[in-house]
Design a protein around this ligand. Structure first.
Ligand code: NDJ
Length: 654
């Protein structure tokens, strides 16, 4: 339901007094009052206490639940990004359906009585794939992202000419709930510092959204110089450990008058595979919020609900080494990844209640959780056994290896194949120069797994083989850089590999459509592969299982597995990397599961090595903070019956 300008009929239906009270679309306003350092909403002093959640990290069926919990927490606004790559998968092809229905999400926010602070980018960072920019931009390898490069601006203009007219009716003064819109994202942290780019964006937003909407920028304190722009309201972001007074004083150099705004007050932090789980203490977070509210500042808490990087959508950072973001975006946020309120939520609500009314009435209870298993998965087959189905169009041939972007493969995996041109009797070094594996390569000779090469390591494998042996390299895109000064993060083999003294040429590239295979082919009961023993390397496992009672939210636990991808009933749940941690479980929203005995199917693509017993568990609690060393301790702490049960247990929904 798009916001309607109050019709004359409506004014007839409403008592005259109420009609006069109800702000008409032409009297609705959200303004900066520089005389009193505050916002004005419909002419009255207004301060927002907002929280970030990302519709693209929450399945649509759960949007209302999350929004109502945020409203109940005392928030009067929410803030969210719009990821360009989520809505324009190929140039000129748009998707605003299902969990991509941005307008439906705006409407849900309106129904929850929440105003909206919208951040459409074009770059959004957010630990999202390529910071929200579509990877097809890199089909022009020389493009200069986030600058006034004409190729980049042409794509940006084309995208915003589709997106911005969609949100125009939802602007507050047009009867909607969008009170302000951010231009770009922390542009001051990007080395380009291209003011003509920012001016172009500001001009485009004004042309398509009009003069009334408040446009703003957000930067860390060190980014204000390059990130702020005349005509755009300047805001900052910082966390509980930062010096609020010092940063707000610096902000006053850019906005001497008007409300102080922290657009990203960090309630937690992100997680990288292989690093410890990040947390922020309740006391520090609540103290910092109270200090800002005492100053009259408007604050957006980043994140209030983090959600999940389903599929291949996680981004990555580079801090010396390439650091992919985990599947869970729990962020140690006030609302957990599974949508449950945490002690941090109640503590923040208490702080907010000192400054403005918070809704009464009980908070919805935590969702029902369930345990199941262990389930023993059966071997479906080695990935190479399905190559025809995975790459129905057949391979692309090239003398040198081509990148994912060059063959228009956005996410996931690509197989690179060549043939040995002579017999190698002695183990011979095999590597990709200049750190050219982006990001992980699973190497096979005649289908036999040899090991892994990865972007951060300068390691080599040692291979032998016959003349004509197949040398297969499955390359995994672990998510494109979402932050940093150069986000042209090409994927695949960026250099031809070297075997001994030989630069390997004559390559076949197989872009793999794994999701289609899992969705359409695996429901068929494929024959069990006649392997004498479980092969190492990229291999599919699956299990069909009933849930006898009602279903609940649950957390898939894969003890002993190494690294791979999971699908539940064809839905790509995301990456697991049990060996690395800190995340050991994957959140499974209950709506993905069929109840009352209907058959569910779990499919795994294990990329390296399976446990002796290829079993998985569904737990009623997440494990997000257990690196592989700690992990074994955690396994021991699990109740004996949880691990020892031989058959799927009756559901304990609670
Ligand atoms: C290592 C963090 C990389 C920079 N990102 C920072 S500071 N942040 C600011 C950024 O605007 C937001 O999108 C998020 O990315 C947030 C971290 O969660």
């Amino acid at each position: 339901m798009a916001p309607k300008k109050p019709s004359c009929l409506r004014s007839l239906l409403l008592p005259l007094s109420l009609t006069l009270l109800l702000p008409q679309a032409d009297t609705r306003s959200f303004l900066v009052d520089r005389d009193h350092d505050r916002f004005l909403l419909d002419g009255a002093p207004f301060r927002y206490v907002s929280g970030s959640l990302h519709y693209f990290r929450v399945p649509r069926v759960l949007w209302t639940d999350r929004l109502l919990k945020m409203r109940w927490s005392g928030l009067n606004a929410i803030q969210f990004y719009v990821p360009w790559n989520y809505h324009e998968p190929q140039p000129g092809v748009y998707n605003f359906n299902g969990s991509r229905d941005l307008i439906a999400f705006l409407n849900e926010a309106a129904l929850a009585n929440l105003l909206v602070i919208l951040r459409p980018g074009p770059y959004i960072c957010a630990e999202w794939e390529m910071g929200g920019l579509p990877s097809w931009l890199l089909q022009k390898p020389e493009i200069h992202l986030r600058t006034s490069d004409p190729d980049f601006l042409a794509a940006v203009d084309s995208w915003f000419k589709v997106l911005l007219p969609k949100i125009y009716p939802w602007l507050y003064h047009n009867g909607g709930n969008i009170i302000s819109i951010q231009v770009e994202n922390e542009y001051g942290s990007y080395r380009a510092c291209d003011f003509s780019y920012m001016r172009h964006l500001a001009g485009l937003f004004r042309a398509l959204l009009g003069e009334k909407i408040l446009l703003f920028t957000t930067d860390g304190p060190e980014g204000l110089k390059c990130g702020s722009l005349q005509g755009l309201y300047t805001t900052v972001d910082f966390g509980p450990a930062d010096n609020m007074t010092k940063i707000f004083t610096l902000l006053r150099k850019y906005e001497p008058h008007g409300p102080l705004v922290n657009s990203e007050y960090y309630t937690g932090w992100l997680d990288y595979w292989g690093q410890n789980h990040s947390t922020r203490s309740v006391s520090a977070v609540t103290k910092g919020l109270e200090n800002m509210l005492k100053l009259g500042a408007s604050v957006n808490m980043y994140m209030f609900h983090g959600g999940t990087n389903f599929g291949y959508w996680n981004g990555a950072d580079k801090k010396g080494r390439f650091l992919p973001i985990t599947t869970s975006y729990d962020y140690d946020a006030p609302i957990s990844e599974a949508g449950d309120p945490t002690p941090k939520l109640f503590a923040l609500r208490d702080v907010i209640s000192k400054f403005q009314e918070v809704p009464l009435g009980p908070l919805p209870p935590p969702s029902p959780k369930m345990m199941l298993g262990p389930l023993t998965l059966h071997l479906v087959g080695h990935l190479l056994a399905f190559l025809d189905l995975l790459c129905p169009r057949g391979p692309i041939h090239s003398i040198l290896p081509m990148t994912f972007e060059a063959v228009k493969q956005d996410h996931g995996f690509m197989l690179y194949r060549t043939y040995m041109t002579y017999t190698i009797f002695e183990p011979t070094p095999f590597w990709v120069p200049h750190n050219g594996v982006h990001d992980r390569a699973y190497v096979m000779v005649d289908g036999v797994f040899q090991g892994v090469l990865e972007r951060n390591m300068r390691d080599k494998l040692f291979l032998t083989g016959q003349l004509g042996s197949k040398l297969d390299i499955l390359v995994e895109n672990m998510g494109r850089l979402s932050f940093g000064s150069n986000s042209s993060d090409f994927k695949g083999l960026l250099e031809p590999p070297i075997l001994g003294q030989t630069i390997l040429t004559q390559w076949l590239m197989f872009p793999l459509k794994i999701d289609n295979l899992v969705k359409w082919w695996f429901p068929l009961q494929l024959p069990k592969w006649p392997y004498p023993q479980a092969p190492s390397g990229p291999t599919f496992y699956s299990k069909t299982f009933p849930i006898l009672g009602s279903v609940g939210d649950t957390f898939l636990y894969l003890p002993g597995w190494t690294k791979g991808q999971v699908w539940i009933n064809g839905f790509n749940l995301g990456r697991y990397w049990t060996k690395q941690g800190p995340q050991q479980t994957l959140y499974v929203p209950r709506f993905l599961l069929f109840p009352r005995g209907a058959l569910n199917k779990i499919t795994l693509l294990e990329l390296e090595n399976v446990p002796l017993q290829p079993q998985v568990q569904f737990l009623d609690k997440p494990i997000l903070n257990s690196t592989s060393t700690l992990h074994r301790t955690h396994i021991n702490s699990l109740s004996a019956d949880t691990l020892s049960a031989s058959e799927p247990m009756e559901l304990s929904g609670h």
